[in-house]
Design a protein around this ligand. Structure first.
Ligand code: SAM
Ligand code: SF4
Ligand code: SF4
Length: 367
């Protein structure tokens, strides 16, 4: 194996090791950060591996056979994940999304879902438990995921045109199998299903209308995501971004839409519905319309590092606390302290200088 220097590894080494709190403090359930944002969502990456090589996320030139994925011993175990999830819930988390890499590649994921499905919010309600997948093995897994207690899924699909989709996932994976996964998820009751399409100008923007036509009336919610400068390997450039306003204009010209209210404050997607009543779409405008003001999301990486922003350069090593014998009260106190110091708002301050900074890869902390 050749030893190459990959920026990602350097970033992973640079985690912050939280001190063991000398005094503990009970979680209030409403921990606020320095901008007054309350912790509400937790995204948990269960693997850094993926069977796709989407050009905007895990380009083949970087994630090749020499790339060193995390060894199994470094991954949080299901018990460790469930314990941390419970402690995050004490701080007010009500929604958990499993992600990756490709989460369905994590062996026995259903067992983790069973464990998480037993947790309830502080108010005693069931958690909003969901998962984002590339859909490649969803047809096989939908039933067992639903049986384990998963509520819904989000499936990523960037094109309906088979040739374009195969080029974008860069492993020659056919559209047909992802569509079969979506149908299986629907049949298993993992609804409403959201479909995420990352739009890159000149690559798949001519698929916006075919995708909209296909999912209109299906009950699934298609969401268009602006191509982001996550990580350091995807060669991002502003010219590649199709602003959400343009996406909406193009759809509205053929299939009239109107804006609707968010489901809850801090919802990432801006919601629109077809005026003829045939369903809903969404746009996620992380580049052209930053929504940092309402960002209530924390991210837990595969190896147990807490990231306060998708574009953070460093994470907090919670695994060190977990494996170092810290008590629940100590870990909970540390989580509260870390969140209350948070001031991240990358999308609001994005500039040429920030784009060039080294950042964590999306496949490592999840979307
Ligand atoms: N593998 C799963 C999947 O593709 O759904 C889950 C992980 S993936 C990192 C989560 C989401 O991030 C996907 O919807 C993906 O399209 C999106 N994503 C990845 N890289 C992106 C980028 N550079 N800009 C915008 N979205 C991106
Ligand atoms: Fe894999 Fe998802 Fe990244 Fe595509 S977007 S390479 S499917 S992790
Ligand atoms: Fe949240 Fe960071 Fe995204 Fe802003 S840039 S919305 S703070 S994750």
């Amino acid at each position: 194996m050749t030893d190459r220097i990959i920026p990602l590894l350097d970033e992973r080494v640079a985690a912050i090791r939280p001190a063991l709190p000398a005094e503990t403090q009970a979680a209030s359930g409403r921990v606020a950060d320095r901008l007054g944002r309350h912790l509400h969502d937790l995204r948990i990456s269960v693997t850094d591996r993926c069977n796709f090589r989407c050009t905007y996320c895990m380009p083949k030139e970087v994630f090749d056979k020499n790339y060193r994925f995390l060894p199994h011993a470094d991954l949080l175990t299901f018990e460790e994940i469930a314990r941390l999830a419970r402690l995050f819930i004490e701080h007010g988390v009500e929604k958990i999304r499993l992600t990756g890499g490709e989460p369905l590649l994590r062996k026995d994921l259903e067992k983790l879902i069973e464990m998480l499905a037993t947790l309830t919010t502080r108010a005693g309600r069931p958690l909003d438990l969901t998962l984002t997948t590339n859909g490649s093995i969803l047809a096989r897994k939908a039933k067992s995921l639903a049986a384990a207690g998963l509520k819904r899924v989000t499936v990523s699909l960037d094109a309906l045109d088979d040739a374009i989709f195969r080029r974008m996932n860069d492993v020659d994976f056919p559209v047909r199998d992802v569509l079969a996964g979506i149908d299986a998820a629907d049949a298993a009751g993992l609804a409403p299903i959201k479909i995420n399409m990352v739009v890159k100008r000149g690559v798949n923007d001519h698929e916006i209308l075919p995708m909209a036509r296909h999912f209109k009336g299906s009950g699934h919610i298609l969401r268009f995501i602006e191509f982001m400068d996550v990580g350091s390997s995807n060669g991002w450039h502003m010219d590649d971004v199709v602003p959400s306003a343009e996406v909406i204009r193009r759809i509205d010209a053929e299939m009239p839409v109107e804006a609707i209210d968010p489901n809850y404050p801090g919802e990432v997607a801006e919601r629109w519905r077809y005026r003829d009543g045939s369903g809903e779409i969404g746009v996620i405008s992380s580049v052209t319309q930053a929504f940092c003001r309402d960002c209530t999301r924390a991210r837990l990486s595969t190896e147990g590092r807490l990231y306060l922003c998708l574009f953070a350069q460093r994470g907090y090593d919670l695994r060190a606390l977990v494996r170092g014998g810290a008590s629940d009260a100590q870990i909970s106190t540390a989580i509260g302290q870390i969140w209350s110091q948070r001031a991240d708002r990358y999308s609001e301050i994005r500039s040429e200088a920030t784009v060039a900074l080294p950042k964590i890869e999306m496949s490592y902390i999840g979307g």
